[in-house]
Design a protein around this ligand. Structure first.
Ligand SMILES: Cc1cc2nc3c(=O)[nH]c(=O)nc-3n(C[C@H](O)[C@H](O)[C@H](O)COP(=O)(O)OP(=O)(O)OC[C@H]3O[C@@H](n4cnc5c(N)ncnc54)[C@H](O)[C@@H]3O)c2cc1C
Length: 421
C-alpha cells in the first residue's frame, strides 16, 4: 500500500502521523515544495511582534519524518489523474498512489488593486511572507494594513510593536465584523482608535498603489484621501489551493468537496484542512473552516479512513481565542450578525468588563462570543457539539444574567456537562 500526502502542514502532518500509527508497514510519501521544518503558521504574527523567534515556531523537525520512515519529497503536485491513480509533479516526475490525501491548504485572497506599485502589497501566510515583511519594517515609519479580520488585527499589532505607525483600512463598518458580534467589534474599534500610533479607517478601501514621495508607497483611497507608507500588508482571508486540480474531475466548489469520511468523489482520494469543503457542524452543509485545529482533526480522520478504519467526521466550526488589548476575546460557532438574524440570544455583561453572548437557533446553542467571559473556549465548543439546549441552561443563571461566572464555575452547569478533559 502506498499513501501519498500532498502538503505537509497542519493537516498533512497530522495525517502522516496517523497513517503511520495505524499502518506500520505501508509506504508513506509526503510532498511539499516549502522547506522543512514545519512551523506553526499562526505563530508568524508573534514573530512579527518580536514576542518569539522563528525557531520557536517549529512544530516538527527532521526527526519527525525519519523516525516514522516517511519519505518527504520537496516537490509540488501540478496535476492529478484519479482514473490512473497518478500525480504529476513540478519536477517532471510522476507519482502513483493507492490512497491520496490532498492537504495543500489555502493561499491569501488577492487584493486586486490598481497602480504601478500594486505588486508591492505583502501578504501574511507563511515564513517567506514574514521574512519579506520583516525586511521592510522600519521603526518610526508607517505601515498600512488592509483587512479588519483576525490576520489584519495581528498585523496591526505586530507593526505597532515594531515601532511603526499603522493605518488599518477596513471595508466593513467595524473591525472583526465576520469574527465577532457588533458589541465586541465596536469595542475593538474604539480601543484601536484610542491606541497611539493607530489610525482606523472603516468603510474604506484602497483603489491604487503608486510610488510615494515622502515614503515608498502612496495609497489612494476611495474616500479621496491618500496615505504614504513604507509598507502595506493585506490580510483579507484565504482561498483554497484548488487551481492545480481543475483537470482532475474532482468536485471543486469553494474548496474540494468531501463527504463525512473526508473522501472526495473518487474513493481513493481524500481531502483535509483549509482545502477541504467538508461537513459543517452548525450549518449542516459543507464549508471550509480554515483554522489549525480543524486541519489537524481532519488530517486524523482522513488518515484513518484511508487506512480502512471507518471514522466519521463530526463537522467543523469556527473557533478563535486571542488576546486583545489585555482582554481575552473568544468566539466560537456562528456569531457573525449577518448569519444570526432571527436567532435567539442571551447576553450577559458581568460586573467587571466580562461580556458573553450565547446564540441559539431552534433552541440549540450555535455560537458564543465573549470578552473576558468566564467560560473557556473549549467548554463552549463542547457545549455546541453537545447541542446544548437553551432550556437546559439552569434558570438561576438566566434569571441572573449579570452573574455569568457560575456558568463555568467548578461544579457549575457547563463545567459539569461540557468540560473538556
Ligand atoms: C497569520 C496567520 C494566523 C493564523 N492564526 C490562526 C489561529 O490563531 N488559530 C487557528 O486555528 N488558525 C490560525 N491560522 C490558520 C491556520 O494556520 C490554517 O488553518 C492551517 O495552517 C491550515 O493547515 P493546512 O495544512 O490545511 O494548510 P496550509 O497550512 O496552507 O499548508 C498547506 C501545505 O501544502 C503545501 N502545498 C500547497 N500546494 C501544494 C502542491 N500543489 N503540492 C504540494 N504541496 C503543496 C504548502 O507548501 C503548505 O505547506 C492562521 C493563519 C495565518 C496565516
Amino acid at each position: 500500500m502506498r499513501y501519498v500526502v500532498v502538503g505537509l502542514h497542519a493537516a498533512g502532518r497530522s495525517a502522516c502521523l496517523w497513517l503511520r500509527k495505524v499502518d506500520k508497514t505501508a509506504e508513506v510519501i509526503g510532498l511539499d515544495p516549502s522547506p522543512l521544518p514545519i512551523y506553526s503558521r499562526p505563530l508568524i504574527s508573534y514573530v512579527l511582534a518580536g514576542e518569539m523567534t522563528s525557531r520557536d515556531m517549529v512544530v516538527a523537525g527532521d526527526g519527525f519524518w525519519q523516525e516514522r520512515g516517511i519519505t518527504v519529497l520537496g516537490d509540488r503536485a501540478v496535476a492529478l489523474d484519479p482514473a490512473r491513480g497518478g500525480l504529476q509533479l513540478a519536477s517532471g516526475r510522476s507519482l502513483a498512489y493507492d490512497r491520496l490525501l490532498l492537504a495543500c491548504g489555502a493561499r491569501p485572497r488577492p487584493v486586486n488593486l490598481e497602480g504601478p506599485m500594486a505588486e508591492q502589497v505583502c501578504f501574511f501566510r507563511g515564513r517567506r511572507d514574514l521574512e519579506r515583511i520583516l525586511g521592510r519594517v522600519r521603526p518610526g515609519g508607517a505601515a498600512a494594513v488592509l483587512g479588519g479580520g483576525l490576520v489584519g488585527f495581528k498585523l496591526t499589532m505586530g507593526f505597532l510593536k515594531r515601532g511603526m505607525r499603522v493605518a488599518l483600512i477596513v471595508t466593513s463598518p467595524r473591525p472583526l465584523s465576520l469574527n465577532v458580534d457588533a458589541h465586541v467589534g465596536n469595542w475593538v474599534g474604539e480601543r484601536l482608535k484610542n491606541t497611539p500610533g493607530v489610525t482606523l479607517l472603516t468603510s474604506t478601501s484602497v483603489r491604487r498603489v503608486e510610488a510615494g514621495s515622502a515614503a515608498a508607497l502612496r495609497l489612494d483611497l476611495d474616500t479621496g484621501q491618500s496615505l504614504e507608507v513604507d509598507i502595506v500588508a493585506a490580510g483579507k482571508g484565504v482561498i483554497p489551493e484548488t487551481g492545480w486540480l481543475s483537470g482532475s474531475g474532482l468536485e471543486c466548489d469553494y474548496g474540494v468537496v468531501a463527504d463525512q469520511f473526508l473522501r472526495t468523489e473518487d474513493e481513493r482520494v481524500y481531502v483535509a484542512g483549509d482545502l477541504a469543503q467538508a461537513p459543517d457542524l452548525i450549518h449542516g452543509d459543507r464549508r471550509v473552516n480554515a483554522i489549525w485545529p480543524v486541519a489537524v482533526e481532519q488530517g486524523r480522520v482522513a488518515a484513518l479512513n484511508m487506512a480502512g478504519i471507518k471514522a466519521t467526521y463530526g463537522g467543523s466550526m469556527a473557533m478563535n481565542a486571542i488576546p486583545v488589548f489585555g482582554s481575552k476575546m473568544i468566539s466560537v460557532g456562528v456569531v457573525n450578525p449577518s448569519l444570526t438574524k432571527g436567532c435567539d440570544e442571551i447576553t450577559t455583561q458581568g460586573a467587571g468588563s466580562g461580556y458573553l453572548k450565547l446564540v441559539f437557533r431552534e433552541e440549540r446553542l450555535i455560537g458564543a462570543v465573549g470578552l473576558d467571559a468566564p467560560p473557556r473556549l473549549g467548554e463552549l465548543a463542547f457545549a455546541i457539539r453537545r447541542r446544548l439546549r437553551r432550556r437546559d441552561i439552569p434558570s438561576w443563571w438566566l434569571d441572573n444574567p449579570k452573574q455569568a461566572a457560575p456558568l463555568a464555575a467548578p461544579g457549575g452547569f457547563l463545567a459539569r456537562n461540557a468540560r473538556l478533559t
